[in-house]
Design a protein around this ligand. Structure first.
Ligand SMILES: NC(=O)c1ccc[n+]([C@@H]2O[C@H](COP(=O)([O-])OP(=O)(O)OC[C@H]3O[C@@H](n4cnc5c(N)ncnc54)[C@H](O)[C@@H]3O)[C@@H](O)[C@H]2O)c1
Length: 254
C-alpha cells in the first residue's frame, strides 16, 4: 500500500456501516488512512462487519445510532468530539427498502421509510455541521438512489424518501458552501446486497429481469458504490458540492 493516503488524519462517521454497502465504505476509508466510526442500529451485525474489515486495530470502531432519533445523533456526535476532537466526513448511508405500490403502502410504512431514509439524512447533516465547521470544513455524502431520480410503480415511499435526499442535499450544500463543507449525493441502481433480497423473492425470474434491464448487463457491486463515496469524501472532489453522482450501469440514461 502507498504511504500517501487520501483520508490520512481524517475522522469519518459512516451510518448503516454494518450493511452491504456501508461495510465496504468503512473498509475503503480505513484503507485510505481514516479513523472510522461505524454507526448502526444493529450492534451484532456491526461487530461482525468490524471483524471482517481488514485494517489496523481500532481504525474502525462501533457506536450505536438510530438515524431517526435526534438524541441518538447527539450522543454519537458528543462521543466523536470527546474521543477524536474533530470530524471531517459523514456518510449518511443507513436506509431501508420498501417494495410496495402506493395503494398497499400504509401510513406506518410511509412514516417509517421517511423517518429513516429522509429524516435520518436531515438529522445527520444538520447536527454534523457545527462539528465540521469547527474542523474548518469537511464532506457529507448522502446516499440516495437511482430511485431518487426516476419513479417506480412499486417503490412509492422509497422513491419519495430518496428524492427528498437528492434535493435536501442541494439546499444543505448551498447553506454550508461558505464554511467549506461540501455535501453531495450518490445514486446507485440495484446493488448486490441483502437489502434487495425481498425483490428476488418476489418472483422466480425477477433477478434475471432486473439484471437484464441494466445497460451494463449486471448489478452493481458494493465496492463500485464505495469508491464513488470515497471520491466525494476526499479532496479528489474538492470543487464538487450540491451535485448528484449517478452510479447505475446506465439505467437512467435509457
Ligand atoms: N442495495 C441497493 O440496491 C441500493 C440501491 C440504491 C441505494 N441503496 C441505498 O444504499 C444504502 C445502503 O444500502 P445496503 O444495500 O447496504 O442496505 P443494507 O440493508 O445491507 O444495510 C443498511 C444498514 O442500515 C442500517 N440501518 C437501518 N435502519 C437504521 C437506523 N434507523 N439507524 C441506523 N442504522 C440503520 C441496517 O442495520 C444496515 O446495517 C441505503 O440507503 C440504500 O437505500 C441501496
Amino acid at each position: 500500500m502507498s504511504n500517501v493516503t487520501k483520508l490520512s488524519g481524517k475522522v469519518a462517521v459512516v451510518t448503516g456501516g454494518a450493511g452491504g454497502i456501508g461495510k465496504v465504505i468503512c473498509q475503503c476509508f480505513a484503507n485510505e488512512g481514516a479513523r472510522v466510526i461505524l454507526a448502526d442500529l444493529d450492534e451484532t451485525a456491526a461487530m461482525r462487519a468490524i471483524s471482517e474489515i481488514d485494517c489496523a486495530e481500532n481504525k474502525v470502531s462501533y457506536h450505536f445510532l438510530d438515524v431517526a432519533n435526534e438524541n441518538s445523533w447527539q450522543n454519537l456526535f458528543k462521543y466523536v468530539e470527546n474521543q477524536f476532537s474533530r470530524l471531517d466526513i459523514v456518510v449518511n448511508n443507513a436506509g431501508i427498502y420498501l417494495f410496495k405500490d402506493i395503494e398497499h403502502t400504509t401510513l406506518n410504512d410511509w412514516n417509517r421509510v421517511m423517518s429513516i431514509n429522509a429524516t435520518g439524512v436531515f438529522l445527520g447533516t444538520k447536527l454534523a455541521i457545527p462539528l465540521l465547521r469547527k474542523t474548518g470544513g469537511g464532506s457529507i455524502v448522502n446516499m440516495s438512489s437511482s430511485s431518487g431520480i426516476t419513479g417506480s410503480p412499486f417503490e412509492g415511499a422509497y422513491t419519495a424518501s430518496k428524492g427528498a435526499v437528492r434535493l435536501f442535499t442541494k439546499s444543505a450544500a448551498l447553506h454550508t458552501a461558505k464554511d467549506n463543507i461540501r455535501i453531495n449525493s450518490v445514486h446507485p441502481a440495484t446493488t448486490d446486497t441483502s437489502m434487495v433480497e425481498v425483490l428476488w423473492e418476489s418472483g422466480p425470474d425477477v433477478k434475471k429481469m432486473v439484471t437484464d434491464a441494466v445497460p451494463l448487463g449486471r448489478l452493481a457491486q458494493p465496492i463500485e458504490i464505495a469508491k464513488t463515496v470515497l471520491f466525494l469524501a476526499s479532496e479528489d472532489s474538492s470543487y464538487m458540492t450540491g451535485s448528484e453522482l449517478i452510479v447505475d450501469g446506465g439505467m437512467t440514461a435509457i
